[in-house]
Design a protein around this ligand. Sequence first.
Ligand SMILES: [Fe+2]
Length: 232
Amino acid sequence: MVRDEQNHEIVCGKFITKLLDHTDPLTYEPKTEIGKRCKKNAQWLYFNGGRYWTGYRKAVPKYSLAVLFSSFLMGEIASSTIFHQMANGCSEPVFQEAFKNIGKDEGRHMAICMSLMERDYPKLDVSDVPTITKQIRAGYLFLSGILFEPPEDFWDIPKDFIPAQRDAEEIARNAGFGIPTYDEKKENWRTAILNLKGVLDKYNIPFPAIPEVGITGEEISDVDMEDIIPVF
Ligand SMILES: [Fe+2]
């Protein structure tokens, strides 16, 4: 899985280098107004990613493998969904091929998580159950930043972040990069979450309420950046 993720990182790095003619979006000097807004967004994502990584490193040793794998599964379902969705909507052949292959890798990671859960969840410690429910809500808030739109009460972003993201995505969508629309993202994210719910229901693990995409369930209100452990 680590090797796959490194391959994905290489793919992203090559795309950036090719399109910007520069290896790093954070030190690139944009030449257009939209470029400047995008660079600012990239810096905010980098900053939030750093907060997440600090929280993640503190959180991992606190939880059992069973708790970790429910969060990992959420990330893998989310990533395989988005990459397949982008491969389907993409008309740039190189990108389409890359998204298809990355989606295939993510689907394999998802299957690995599911087999581990099948092995371990029948003997799940009852004290882990509320933690899993809370983790799924945390995973939703965190991954929404990548798969949907970042919730402002959880992600530390300025007011102009979402408008800039929408404008940039509109341009990339029209250029054929397969960026789903707001409604398509919402529908896909909802489907991915319902798939996860299907898995957790089998083991009688209560699902959190996710009213943002119309899913009712247990109210979870005390989520912060310190607790999150999803991966992609
Ligand atoms: Fe993955």
